[in-house]
Ligand binder design. Sequence first.
Ligand code: AMP
Ligand code: ZN
Length: 481
Amino acid sequence: MLKIYNSLTKQVEEIRPLQPGKVEMYTCGPTVYSYPTIGNWRTYVLSDLVLRALRIEGFEVDSVMNMTDVGHLTGDNLGDADTGEDRLEKAAAKEKKTAWGIAKYYGEDFVDSFGKLNLVKPLLFSKATDHIKEQIDLVQRIEKAGFAYRIADGIYFDVAEYEKKGNIYGKLSNLEEIKPGARVEINTEKRDQRDFALWKFSPAGAKRDMEWESPWGMGFPGWHIECSAMSMKYLGDQLDIHVGGEDLKSTHHPNEIAQSESVTGKKPFVRYWMHGAFLLVDGGRMGKSLGNAYTLHDIIEKGYSPMALRYYYLSAHYRKQMNFSWEGMEGVSNSYKKLKKEFLALRVEGGQDKNIFGNKAEVELSGREAFFRDEFVSAVEDDLNMSAALAVARTVLKDEKLNSFEKRRLVENFDKVFGLKLAERDEVPADIPAEVMEMVNKREEMRKTKQWAESDALRKEIEAKGYKISDFFDGVKVEKI
Ligand code: AMP
Ligand code: ZN
């Protein structure tokens, strides 16, 4: 049985879904106003690992991920998600696009990068703007249940009233994290500083790119309501697992719980809450203003495979903060290449991808193989101890008693959880150093802007380092001379 740390009970628990054999899962997805950072991707990789681990345990997994394309205000950085500017409208003004254009561009980029990181696509990427009606309906239900009130700038959730009815607000967070004093701009009209917007009104006299009619007037949904509305629409009033980064534990997730449970009559909205620890850069906070909010594009431009980044994430436990540095990236990239090379050097006879796990296993394993499979499964089941699982794979590849067919069968199956594309030959030009790949990518950029002389000079430099490039209409091939 897969065991994970449940932030609600603050314990490591076995996942026992509501319906036998099927897990319903929701992940708080990106706000599509810029490229996701490698910090954001760490959280989505966590969600992917949970899904993959559940699959090898024999569960069917229904997963939904939202895309926030409206209503996420910049005040969130200061601890108040209801103040400041709309992140999408702000990006639109900066990039001279509409908010719709911004959401489309970054939404598509997100799905594309999702594939590059080999994340299993959810049943649905659900956009907030495609679910305005569901959000309005939910706010109306909350209003009818007596937990909403109106002030000048919107409709708010009444936390004190919710508590009066015997509910606990903020179960997931440490109480001090949601102290009203943490907020910078205090909205004095709110009955309680913990109250949060369900629906915000468009500012008087201003036309927003994204605004909708509602029973309360023209406006847009508060940031939290989309997750309750979409999760309840697709996964029902109760779901099994909800995943997000650790920052969401203090406000966003308590608010999701309050909104949902206020209308479903205290049925726990989510049974297992999972939170991934943050990724730091060079030991400190990652931030756009610090110039270190690296994206997957930066990783690729520097010549690293997205799979090497994935390997980086797997090397740290999801509940511990992880540090990213370019030296670290170089190190894990080499470890990844080594693992892949050893794996690909094994004899291929076919059929090694047949399932070896659980009661859906398709093949009988030898005693020694079964031993390693069980070691791997215990590591995964132990709150996703992926570095231990990777260590099992490395031990298997070095083992002197397993034959190469068995080694390949084991590791190819392990890769169903790792998602490292170990069996794909063309994913990584295995022995091209990152420095050379960086030059190759730079040359590609030059060719796009027709800097022919410069790109030829760079080709010569690359050749001098011992690598040959051939140009094709859809890309380049790099080989060792
Ligand atoms: P956002 O687009 O800011 O709403 O964030 C999307 C997801 O990424 C959320 O689950 C956040 O908790 C998570 N996240 C944000 N920053 C980091 C970080 N530095 N490391 C890990 N996860 C993060
Ligand atoms: Zn959410």
